[in-house]
Design a protein around this ligand. Structure first.
Ligand code: HEM
Length: 426
């Protein structure tokens, strides 16, 4: 099929992928709108990263995600920049020995996903209801009656961390170190959050060594004293043939579950509160009607609106032609969930934040083979928090400019100054 002519598109490709650009401008929605309309499979050549194809339409992401044997995860979920690739070429051991399920393809992926999927079913997660509600209550209590605070610091980064630590069976003493290491992992380009050190390869090695030391201690403990928490389940996991899960995969599971579980939810909650502040009619609606059902649809809209996992990368195992563009085996593409979540062929008024949106077929948790394993946990903990806030907010308003994290993969706010008055818990 002949390629359709692409109109000259006017944008800076670095805005699509370079972390520092996200730190300044946030997600590039205006560019994605142009791409969805005129160039849904767009080859991007930026200063910072190797070339890739930007996939921006909802339907294309659904289609690609249903073909994991062509669009592979084996090269990892993030597109690494030139600096990291050069460094890794010189320091092949920089990232240590870990392999996570997000880097696997079927059939192997299915075997490893099964190890933990039982833990994450809605029924299994349901037993956390009380714990999650209690955490939400305490977080809102921490605000006091009235004042000013950074919402990210006091609420949105603490609550998901508490929930995750509970699932994993970790004490509060581990929370601070886990928070710091996770930020250093996902915000390695943000000068305020990255691990300090001129030598970036060394900083990365130290980071992974610290994760490794933390995990080894917990794994050894849970093998000696198994409990019913997720850390025990993973430490003692057996594969379908009865053999124990290998050390590289066990470390990888720990890494993805200990980190992916709270940074993402934090960014959803902070971005959700920002959206409520920018749309006070929606905040009023939620506070006037603090039901489970409204909190539930609020969370879906928050995940659509914020899309904290901005993209996933896929690596082509075969030549594929899509919308007249020929992509070759060995090339990479990026599926921008955040763009799909503003696609007007799926969503009415996609640029309106509507907490009653129905249907809401967002791709914030992905779709297909790698659909977010922790989606029910993320939903439960965010819902409990928005419900608690809805019941207790008298006043909540901006008290300064929010700041974005310099990251293009897990994206969101690093601060959100607010002024508030809070009612005591009922
Ligand atoms: C609002 C919060 C969250 C968002 C937006 C989010 C988003 C995502 C996305 C987009 C994917 C990839 C899906 C794909 O490639 O199709 C993913 C995978 C994953 N997520 Fe989440 N996530 C969140 C919270 C969590 C939580 C709370 C946990 C664990 C407690 C978790 C654990 C995982 C794991 C283990 C995977 C890999 C699944 C696989 O490869 O099979 N996530 N998540």
């Amino acid at each position: 099929m002949a390629s359709a002519p692409v109109p000259a598109l006017d944008f800076d490709p670095n805005d699509l992928i370079t972390p520092s650009n996200y730190g300044v401008g946030g997600q590039p929605h205006a560019i994605w709108s142009q791409l969805r309309e005129h160039s849904p499979v767009h080859r991007v050549e930026s200063d910072s990263h190797p070339p890739f194809y930007a996939i921006t339409r909802h339907a294309d992401i659904m289609d690609i995600s249903s073909k994991p044997n062509i669009f592979s995860n084996r090269e990892g979920p993030m597109l690494l920049d030139h600096a990291v690739l050069d460094r890794r070429a010189q320091n092949p051991d920089e990232f240590g020995q870990m392999r996570t399920i997000i880097e696997m393809d079927p059939p192997e992926h299915r075997d490893y996903r099964k190890v933990a999927s039982g833990f994450f079913t809605p029924r299994s997660i349901h037993r956390l209801d009380e714990i999650v509600a209690e955490s939400a209550r305490k977080m809102v209590d921490n605000l006091g009656d009235e004042g000013e605070a950074d919402f990210v610091e006091v609420i949105s980064q603490r609550h998901p961390l508490r929930v995750l630590a509970t699932i994993l069976g970790l004490g509060p003493d581990v929370e601070d170190i886990l928070l710091e290491l996770t930020q250093q992992l996902f915000a390695s380009e943000d000068p305020d959050l990255q691990r300090p050190g001129e030598d970036r390869a060394e900083a990365s090695r130290q980071l992974i060594a610290e994760f490794g030391a933390l995990f080894t201690k917990i794994i050894e403990d849970r093998r000696a004293n198994p409990t019913d928490d997720l850390a025990s389940m993973l430490a003692n996991a057996k594969m379908a043939d009865g053999s124990p899960m290998g050390p590289i995969e066990t470390f990888g599971y720990y890494l993805i579950v200990f980190t992916a579980g709270h940074d993402t939810t934090r960014n959803a909650i902070s971005g959700g509160m920002q959206a409520l502040l920018e749309n006070p009619d929606q905040l009023r609606k939620l506070c006037a009607n603090p039901t489970d059902a409204l909190a539930k649809s609020t969370v879906e809209e928050v995940v659509r609106w914020t899309s904290p996992v901005n993209y996933m990368r896929r690596h082509l195992l075969e030549d594929v032609e899509l919308h007249g563009v020929r992509m070759k085996a060995g090339e990479d593409l990026i599926m921008y969930y955040a763009s799909a979540n503003r696609d007007d062929s799926v969503f009415d008024r996609p640029f309106e934040f509507d907490i009653e949106r129905h249907p809401n077929r967002h791709l914030g948790f992905g779709t297909g083979e790698h659909f977010c394993l922790g989606a029910h946990v993320a939903r439960l903990s965010s819902r409990a928090l928005f419900l608690e806030l809805a019941n207790r907010i008298e006043v909540m308003e901006p008290a300064g400019d929010p700041a974005h994290i310099a990251s293009s993969f897990v994206v969101g706010l690093k601060s959100l100054p607010v002024r508030y008055k809070i009612r005591p818990a009922a």
